[in-house]
Ligand binder design. Structure first.
Ligand SMILES: *Cc1c(COP(=O)(O)O)cnc(C)c1O
Length: 458
């Protein structure tokens, strides 16, 4: 019998991360003056050792032993063959997934939270401030900070703070302090609340609040941390794809198709980037980041220079964006409601090395429920978007009679998202689309932003 899951031993944990910046040309981040920023200008926000990783073009970067010790709590994660799902679909395709739901907070996010907490700690930082959307990042960072004895403060987007009280409980158990954003603690928050006291919040506003709270601590012992989008975050996540490669090699497989859901791009990139390297070197692989139709950044947004946050504190990043003032509707795609997309993922999409897809909320939940009823694990709402694309791909394989090998990232479990599943069953969930006029308004704003250069990496 062929194996259901392919496991690696502790001593097979990858020893280095893969840095895609060694292999693709990128437009630089720009400062307020429109010129490329110096790494030093980020020093009030991030510790210098992480800034060095952010700008590094070294292909392989060693994973410190102290980081490996913590990652070994749940890594290497299993590579699972989804036989039960394949059978339900009657597809000739082989479907594999990396199960990132087995981490303590239940998602891929601690893959970067742990090294970020470690690098802050050895840089002498005492307190990390961040934002969180659905609460996955806040809980992952709280967990990581608890491992290294750091304080953690989290600005959590108001709608999720109200919809997902247990994520806050997780943060509290790991010692994090979680407050609803917009809050009265920052000027950004107070300004927003003055205009709209019932503002549901957004990731962009929460990022602005967290950065403001960081730079207003004049003792120098606080830094900010981001759970997605930036180069060093995606770097840390490549451990997923590097493990997957080893695991597939063990059984003599190689993927024809790679799929991951994309909010800021980190879990997708984590799985895909080690394979993108092969694609740049000539391999044929179809690589699909999948986003919700309610926040169609990669599929509908323009490729521009935009801020990562609402208040415009971050440098201008070259990315697909719906505009940093874009307020996504409060639908249930959890962490997929960010206005922008990681610059490296955006660059690959712009030049056609990866092909973005968008799926509807109802298709995503339907897919997630089929996955739960076949493979057993209840997926996070974000993961459901990847699964919807996997199912479509497996059905295509059936029509074409092709035994393709599909690899996807099961980015997290949905134990704290069960209320959203209840809404699906009671038919309260509807498809959330951006109307043509909303889309036009968003892209119009973005048209005034600086344009990145068109680069070709292949
Ligand atoms: C945060 C999150 C995502 C989306 O973030 P990315 O940076 O795009 O990976 C996807 N899945 C889960 C389970 C998450 O927690």
């Amino acid at each position: 019998m062929e194996p259901k899951k392919i496991l690696l031993h502790d001593d097979e944990l990858p020893k280095q991360w893969y840095n895609i910046s060694a292999d693709i040309k990128m437009n630089p981040p720009l400062g307020p003056d429109g010129k490329p920023i110096s790494p030093e200008s980020l020093a009030p926000v991030f510790p210098m050792n992480l800034i060095e990783q952010e700008v590094s073009t070294q292909r392989w970067i060693d994973i410190p032993d102290e980081v490996k010790k913590v990652l070994l709590m749940w890594r290497p994660t299993p590579l699972v063959r989804a036989y039960q799902l394949e059978k339900a679909l009657g597809t000739p395709a082989k479907i594999f997934f990396k199960n990132e739901s087995v981490s303590p907070p239940g998602s891929h996010k601690p893959n970067t939270a742990v090294p970020q907490a470690y690098y802050n700690k050895i840089f002498g930082i005492k307190r990390i401030v961040t934002e969180t959307g659905a609460g996955q990042w806040g809980s992952a960072l709280s967990f990581a900070c608890s491992q290294f004895g750091l304080e953690c403060k989290i600005f959590m987007v108001r709608v999720s703070f109200d919809q997902k009280p247990y994520r806050k409980s997780l943060m509290n158990v790991w010692g994090g302090k979680c407050i609803a954003s917009p809050s009265n603690e920052t000027k950004t928050g107070r300004d927003v609340l003055e205009k709209d006291p019932n503002c549901p919040g957004s990731l962009g506003i929460a990022i602005s609040e967290a950065i403001e709270a960081t730079i207003s601590d004049t003792t120098g012992s606080t830094r900010y941390s981001l759970g997605s989008v930036l180069n060093h975050v995606l770097l840390h996540q490549t451990i997923i794809g590097l493990e997957a490669k080893k695991q597939l090699e063990i059984i003599g497989e190689y993927p024809d198709v790679i799929i991951g859901c994309a909010g800021g791009g980190s879990n997708f990139a984590g799985l895909a980037f080690p394979f993108v390297l092969d694609k740049v070197n000539g391999k044929q692989i179809a690589i699909y980041p999948v986003e919700p139709q309610g926040c169609p950044t990669l599929t509908k947004g323009p490729f521009v220079y935009d801020h990562g946050d609402t208040a415009g504190y971050t440098p201008l990043l070259p990315m697909f964006s719906l505009g940093h003032t874009f307020m996504p509707p409060p639908f249930h795609a959890g962490g997929l409601r960010y206005h922008g997309m990681a610059p490296t993922v955006s660059q690959l999409a712009d030049e056609g090395l990866i092909h973005p897809l968008a799926v509807s909320q109802l298709d995503a939940y339907e897919a997630g429920i089929l996955a739960a009823r076949t493979e057993g694990i209840i997926p996070a709402p974000e993961t459901n978007h990847a699964i919807a694309a996997v199912i479509a791909e497996a059905q295509k394989a059936k029509e074409e009679g092709k035994a393709k090998t599909i690899l996807f990232n099961w980015s997290g479990h949905g134990f704290l998202d069960l209320a959203a599943y209840d809404k699906y069953f009671s038919k309260e969930l509807k498809n959330v689309l951006m109307s043509e006029s909303e889309l036009l308004a968003a892209t119009k704003i973005c048209e005034s932003y600086p344009k990145p250069l068109r680069l070709k990496n292949r």
